[in-house]
Ligand binder design. Structure first.
Ligand SMILES: [Zn+2]
Length: 457
């Protein structure tokens, strides 16, 4: 049977089935597959294994479905599967190219586009000759292939970003803590906790309220208002900038140590030591199920998912990550040999220990945990290097109150519906820039957290 299929490429459904499997597997490529790889949401074996299972299950369903039909309809059915998948991918890519900020399309518009797609697919598989259809198929596969390869070519052609820490922080042992989601309103609390005699405390603007774009901007890559995962460990942005940690090069003489999460920091080069804390991984089968549930239409019906289990998992993974990022910072090789420690810590990023008591109380609890952590880091540095040690505390963005109020974690929080917040709950809309110990060679605080690791601001 396989022989017969292979011998007669233009007139068989095998190629349409194979091409459909390729297109179907391409649907979650950027998100959630590249996203999971980028953020370390799953271990690589679970991601690759889950993706293979997802593709194989679809292939099996398609083969069985098509084989059940009689020969005459079979070829059309296989063609139909391919044409509708091709149109789906085209419309989705057009949407993200033309309307990058639109998160989801209204159901009525989606239904209209879907109907047009079905009509076009039907037309393509009934009116086109075998040879014409084969050419369409080859062209579509070539375009999809090009779409996957092009960002990789771009990243190879892009100029590496060279970071020289000595120009920003001098030669003194310096720890830079990026406390995720730290509002400058709590700067005093951090300062008091560390109990430092030499401290300068400032509030600075932030460049983007999403960690995924704020951190690259600190290293000199401004991605614009929106970004997407366009190749392994690579982000493409609406500013037409493309950013990969693999193009980030630290000066080896600077003894840079990195500990962090949410970004593949260790893909950079020139560092002395590096730890990326990752989320606890699930199995390949679980990830495959996640991929199916994330499919369009199915994700609209995914209310079948147990929200309590989902919430419990979310809380547990963040708790794990918060501890892991603090431990990684305190165990860095930096504490033995000095240099510059850059530490991206998952605090006071919600959720905290008590999400049920509301976003304000829960966030305050995390700020408190963060301030205790700042104290441990400062004390450790002073014990080791005395007055030669410098600690810089800043953040990627302040608390995203709106975002958290809309999340399932705090949906029942009554304060989320209040228009006016108590003064203690209002955000300053800025992030802290606190320097404890020696002042930085660049005298004044930066205006914003953009380019803070570059010598020229
Ligand atoms: Zn963040």
């Amino acid at each position: 049977m396989l022989d017969r299929w292979l011998r007669n490429e233009t007139d068989s459904e095998l190629w349409d089935i194979l091409a459909s499997v390729a297109l179907f597997s391409a649907i979650p490529y950027n998100y959630p597959i590249l996203s999971a790889l980028y953020h370390g949401l799953q271990g690589e074996p679970a991601i690759i294994g889950g993706w293979l299972i997802y593709g194989a299950v679809f292939a099996a369903m398609l083969v069985v479905g098509v084989r059940l039909l009689n020969t005459h309809i079979r070829i059309r059915a296989a063609r139909f599967a391919f044409a509708s998948l091709a149109l789906f991918l085209t419309s989705r890519n057009l949407k993200s190219a033309l309307l990058p900020d639109l998160k989801s399309v209204p159901v009525s518009v989606g239904a209209l586009i879907g109907t047009i797609g079905v009509v076009l697919s039907y037309y393509a598989c009934t009116r086109l000759t075998s040879w014409e259809f084969t050419r369409v198929r080859r062209a579509v596969l070539l375009i999809v292939f090009f779409g996957v390869v092009w960002p990789l070519v771009q990243i190879c052609l892009s100029r590496p970003i060279r970071i020289q820490m000595a120009n920003v922080f001098g030669k003194t042992p310096t720890a830079v803590l990026i406390l995720d989601e730290m509002d400058s309103a709590f700067g005093e609390e951090l300062k008091t906790a560390a109990n430092s005699s030499r401290v300068s405390i400032s509030e600075i603007a932030y460049v983007d309220s999403e960690t995924v774009r704020a951190i690259p901007a600190m290293f000199g890559a401004y991605l614009g208002g929106s970004s997407w995962y366009c190749a392994p460990i690579t982000l493409c942005g609406s500013s037409s900038e493309i950013f990969s940690f693999s193009r980030l090069a630290f000066d080896q003489n600077d003894d840079v140590h990195i500990t962090g999460y949410w970004h593949p920091y260790c893909a950079a080069s020139g560092w002395e030591s590096c730890t990326q804390s990752k989320f606890p991984s699930t199995s390949a089968v679980d990830f495959a199920i996640e991929l199916f549930l994330a499919l369009p239409l199915i994700n609209r019906v995914s209310a079948i998912r147990d929200k309590d289990v989902e919430l419990g998992r979310q809380r547990a993974s963040w708790k794990y990550l918060q501890e892991a990022t603090m431990t990684a910072a305190l165990r860095s090789v930096f504490w033995e040999i000095g240099g510059v420690l850059i530490s991206h810590v998952a605090l006071p990023h919600p959720p905290g220990p008590a999400p049920d008591s509301g976003i304000a109380i829960d966030y305050r609890a995390n700020v408190h945990r963060a301030s205790l952590f700042v104290r441990s880091v400062y004390q450790k540095g002073v014990q080791k290097w005395g007055s030669n040690f410098r600690l810089v505390v800043t953040s990627d963005h302040p608390l995203r109150r709106q975002f958290w109020c809309e999340s399932t974690l705090y949906r029942s929080d009554p304060s989320c519906h209040l228009r006016t917040l108590r003064p203690s709950e209002r955000s300053t809309g800025r992030v802290p820039w606190i320097v404890m110990g020696l002042p930085t060679p660049v005298e004044s605080a930066p205006r914003s957290n953009q380019n803070i690791f570059l010598p020229v601001r």
